[in-house]
Design a protein around this ligand. Structure first.
Ligand code: NIG
Ligand code: FE
Length: 390
């Protein structure tokens, strides 16, 4: 197996406190790192680096773990710029546009969906994202939900069945009939292509009781739970996520003190989606309040054509720092180790021996530039499983 030394790293963020300066980011200055096959084999100060087959000098720039985007809806067709423009002119986001995307997606060929998803995945990699989760939810019938997951699987093992995104109009007068379908035939067709089950538990989507029923069915079929919750209003999402020991509850725009207390005492991550709050002109969640209470926080893009047509994790980091009272260090941690926790993975989200060699080289001396220089192309390159990409 070939070993490659990446050396002259001005600032290496490992996310392993034992490796670096003692902070939770585990920063090593004047560092080097050895990649062996798909993994990180060694990390330390450059002067102590072991001999390797190959060597690359990155000129004093910063290296951070690859971003883990634990919440995307990447497989869809069409776009909804008209809706976005109307929102910026004062209209409220309700999730009502989901059916516009469902119609476009149902009408699209596999080839078109695959090509579009691939374009977005390439954009993500170019901005430093090395792991993505992808949800279904724009099919909302058995063949289309299954097909979206089959395509999603070509991009990532982190696929999520979201048949319970909204009730499609053909079931408007028979909600229970749709939920029966989701928990029965649709789940059976989709489970082989999914790791997770998700429900949009919010005003205008699914109630607490409906969410319980769907999550129970998913868990029985071998899927692990995660939830969309507390996006549009205060509601039961966060508490339900904890009740099911869900890996994550996502959005968390409206959280009560009681929700935060319950989350803090659980293993459920609060995944914040600042680009969705940006694109829907919603309030930003107060991440400071969550972190100070002891909740694990992740950042993700929520990439979808309705509430967040955003692929850039650096933008999410910048918004989190500027608008959600996170420090630059907390935001980077949330976009890497936080995302890994939201996917219950310990092989990603850190740059330490044994972890996957998923890394990002920044055209900057420090990770702080991610928020300090928003919209500048400071991601120089990514390594995914040890291979140079993006
Ligand atoms: O995460 N909240 C529900 N689903 C997506 C939005 C879907 C859409 O508007 O198309 C979200 O924001
Ligand atoms: Fe979402």
């Amino acid at each position: 197996m070939t070993s490659t030394l990446i050396t002259n790293i001005g600032e290496l963020v490992t996310n392993d406190p034992a490796l670096g300066d003692g902070s939770f980011l585990g920063i090593v200055h004047d560092a080097a790192l050895v990649i062996e096959g798909e993994q990180v084999a060694w990390v330390g100060v450059a002067s102590k680096a072991p001999p390797t087959d190959a060597r690359e000098d990155v000129g004093g720039r910063a290296v951070v773990p690859g971003f883990v985007d634990s919440h995307t809806h990447l497989v869809f067709a069409g776009e909804r710029s008209v809706e976005f423009a109307a929102r910026m002119a004062g209209e409220r986001y309700t999730g009502g546009g989901i059916m516009t995307t469902v119609a476009a997606t149902r009408a699209a060929s596999d080839t078109a969906l695959r090509a579009h998803s691939s374009r977005l995945a390439t954009e993500m990699l170019a901005s430093g994202t090395t792991t993505i989760e992808i949800k279904s939810g724009y099919g909302l019938n058995v063949p289309d939900e299954r097909r979206l997951l089959e395509i999603a699987r070509e991009f990532t093992p982190e696929t999520t069945f979201l048949g319970a995104h909204v009730v499609p109009p053909e079931y408007a007068s028979d909600r229970d009939g749709y939920i029966d379908l989701v928990c029965g035939e649709m789940l059976e067709a989709c489970a082989p292509f999914a790791r997770w089950i998700d429900v949009f538990c919010d005003t205008g989507a699914f109630t607490a009781e409906e969410t319980r029923r769907i999550l129970r069915a998913g868990v029985t079929a071998g899927l692990a739970p995660r939830l969309h919750g507390n996006q549009l209003e205060h509601g039961p999402g966060a508490r339900l996520a904890v009740e099911f020991d869900a890996a994550s509850v996502d959005h968390c725009t409206y959280l009560s003190d009681a929700d935060i207390e319950v989350l803090a005492a659980s293993d459920t991550v609060a995944t914040l989606l600042p680009a969705a709050d940006f694109s829907t002109r919603s309030p930003y969640p107060d991440a400071r309040r969550l972190i100070d209470a002891g909740v694990t926080v992740a950042l993700a893009t929520d990439c979808n054509p309705g509430s967040s047509f955003v692929t850039s994790m650096p933008l999410c980091i910048a918004l989190a720092v500027r608008e959600m009272r996170m420090t630059s260090a907390e935001a980077l941690y949330a976009a890497t180790a936080g995302g890994a926790a939201a996917l219950r993975r310990d092989d990603i989200g850190r740059a330490a021996p044994g972890a996957r060699a998923d890394l990002v080289l920044l055209d900057a001396p420090t990770f702080v530039h991610l928020a300090y220089r928003p919209a500048s192309p400071i991601v120089a390159r990514s390594w995914k499983g040890g291979n140079v990409r993006g």
